[in-house]
Design a protein around this ligand. Structure first.
Ligand SMILES: Nc1ncnc2c1ncn2[C@@H]1O[C@H](COP(=O)(O)OP(=O)(O)O)[C@@H](O)[C@H]1O
Ligand SMILES: [Mg+2]
Length: 239
């Protein structure tokens, strides 16, 4: 059995910018896989390619043994992939519950109210189902986004900087939460994150991008000790 997700030699240009330059990495089923690198390295672009918002200029993306590039963007959730966004992307006038319902629907999968409420209970937001999403604290809004992605019952969950804007205690809780998510839902998780302590604590494997190229991959311990990674990223940015 191969990896669940396989990114192969993917190149994507925006005019003169090579956002992804022949990037390859695999994610095995059941793993939490970190994707790190400085701002502008191409991490979000990689998510946008995997979720088919962008079509690469070259390369292949495989999921569960078949190409994702033949799947239209609205078919991605049906194939079992859901994501959260680097910038909060909730409907500001709607309740938490409506966000989960409508958000999942707009992603191409209808979710019953019962499933949505069950998911909100699971993430600890059952009591907030009727509250207006935009009025909630930032950390709670980030969790609503995760609930929305979870309600689509994905096999692969892409988290784009879930700890961004959270305080120290919230980041530590988030780490436990992501581990629990993976175990309770048999998920595979691709995690883009700048909080190195979080990435290194919960990832099984880490890939490192810099200026659109993959510069390293390995276990958290290997990556942390890699001189190229320290020079390109960790040296300046580690907590
Ligand atoms: N839609 C776009 N149009 C033009 N340039 C883009 C677009 N999306 C990303 N880029 C550029 O691609 C590079 C990688 O961006 P991004 O994937 O957002 O990086 P990261 O998420 O690692 O910070 C950056 O130089 C960014 O400015
Ligand atoms: Mg980004």
């Amino acid at each position: 059995m191969g990896p669940l997700l396989s990114v192969r030699d993917v190149t994507l240009r925006f005019g003169g910018i090579v956002a992804l330059d022949g990037v390859s990495f695999d994610v095995d089923a059941g793993q939490i896989s970190g994707l790190i690198g400085p701002n502008g390295a191409g991490k979000t672009t990689a998510f946008n390619v995997i979720t088919r918002l962008y079509t690469p200029d070259a390369g292949e993306v495989g999921f569960d043994g078949t190409s994702l590039l033949k799947t239209p963007p609205h078919g991605i959730v049906e194939r079992g992939i859901a994501r959260t966004f680097q910038n909060i992307n909730l409907f500001t006038t709607m309740s938490v519950l409506e966000n989960v319902l409508v958000g999942s629907h707009s992603l191409g999968r209808a979710v019953s109210e019962r499933d949505a409420l069950e998911t909100l209970d699971y993430v600890g937001l059952g009591a907030r189902a009727g509250q207006r999403a935009a009025a909630l604290p930032y950390g709670i809004q980030k969790r609503v986004e995760i609930a929305r992605a979870l309600a689509a019952k994905p096999r692969l969950l892409l988290l784009d900087e879930p700890a961004g804007g959270l305080n120290h205690e919230e980041v530590s809780e988030l780490g436990d939460f992501i581990l629990r998510l993976r175990d309770d839902h048999d998920l595979t998780i691709l995690l883009v994150e700048h909080h190195m302590s979080l990435v290194m604590r919960i990832s099984d494997h880490v890939n490192v991008l810099s200026f659109g190229r993959k510069i390293a991959d390995g276990t958290p311990t290997e990556v942390r000790a890699n001189p190229d990674v320290i020079e390109a990223y960790l040296g300046s940015d580690e907590e």
